[in-house]
Design a protein around this ligand. Sequence first.
Ligand code: ADP
Ligand code: ASP
Ligand code: MG
Length: 419
Amino acid sequence: MTAEQKKPVLVQKFGGTSVADADKIRRAAGRVIKAVKAGFQVVVVASARGKQTDKLVADALELNPNPPEREMDQLLSTGEIQTVSLFAMALVAAGFDAISFTGGQIEMLTDSAHTKARIKSIGADKIHSELDKGRIVLVAGFQGIDENGNITTLGRGGSDTTAVAIAAALGAKDCEIYTDVDGIHTADPRIFKQAARMDRISYDEMLEMASLGARVIHTRAVEFGKKYDVKIHVRNSATENEGTIITHEVPQMEGVVVSGATVQKDMAKIDLVGVDNRPGNAARIFAHLATAKVVVNDIMQTEISGEKANVSFTIAISSLTAAKGALEQIKKQIHYESVFIRDDIAEISVVGVGMRTHYGVADAMFGALAEAQVNIDSITTSEIRISCVVNKSQAEKALSAVCKAFDLDKPAEQRAKKT
Ligand code: ADP
Ligand code: ASP
Ligand code: MG
């Protein structure tokens, strides 16, 4: 084994705002160089610069309001490729050996679900062999390749997943995620400014918060971290602050019931009214939606008579066209009377493993929304969360009201003492 091989591997991921221009890329390169000097073999994963992905989406929609998903992936993957090649140039200019790769070049094999592909395997040997030559390896985030050679993407925010998956594949213990906030907060600090930063958060709570709209980290990245034991360290690329560690063991402070609150905006709700109330109908509806690759969030079914039931569910607004098509196809089989679609909703959630053993969370949440004059459309719960669908125009007000009700402006230690 050479000296180079014995060095531990560190994966550093830089989000779009952290590489938005030449100065920011130089600053990010400075962090990489620091890690190299500290004795790590470094793999850098980077996102598209600034708002580049949004710009590419707008370019596509200008030419085709319903662009083919394969072409969308082909187009969006270019944003990340630009960043890593520029980043490599900056490192070489600073006197370091660096080489950049696309997802395909490092054999980031995914399934063929364009725009929301899942990683199957990664060409770890290729990355190791470059690292062992003493090089800094840069990998374009968010993208992979399917078994037929088509470029795929992992869903918006997917570069986090690229980074943690590479860390897992290389046996790295740590993955640093550099972004534009000081770490994971009790709520989005851009909406609830007084949100408290957490020193640590468990994979389970982070999974729940990420899947409920805390876009600071991609849900699949947290899943990879949990499964392969990668400690995820979320930090601000512009400061030296400590950030937040996402890990297994986080001591639960007695009395802390709600750890965080989230808002999910780009959602739609579909109500199927008067569906035939007979065995197999729910299965038919959701099987059809699954075939159309529609990811369903919350489902509610209520019997309204012996013969009829209402079925409601929430989905991402981007899946609305696919969902409508799937429902139209099975209309004759399930005989629903009418469909109501709301595309002006948002879901506000509170999350906390402490909810398993405490009561009174639901009424505190509903009370806070009532006081803020926010009407609740529907409510869903799980063991560690409560979610309310509200009007999108009231989403930010609703989130702030809920945060205040649960003292989410205070660090967990202070909240623990209070209860
Ligand atoms: P990047 O481009 O670095 O991946 P993102 O925009 O994807 O950055 O994620 C960072 C953003 O996540 C922050 O600017 C913040 O507005 C948002 N965010 C949402 N919920 C949270 C939370 N609970 N803690 C911290 N940031 C959050
Ligand atoms: N550039 C992609 C996006 O904007 C992926 C990422 O940033 O993680 O969603
Ligand atoms: Mg992101």
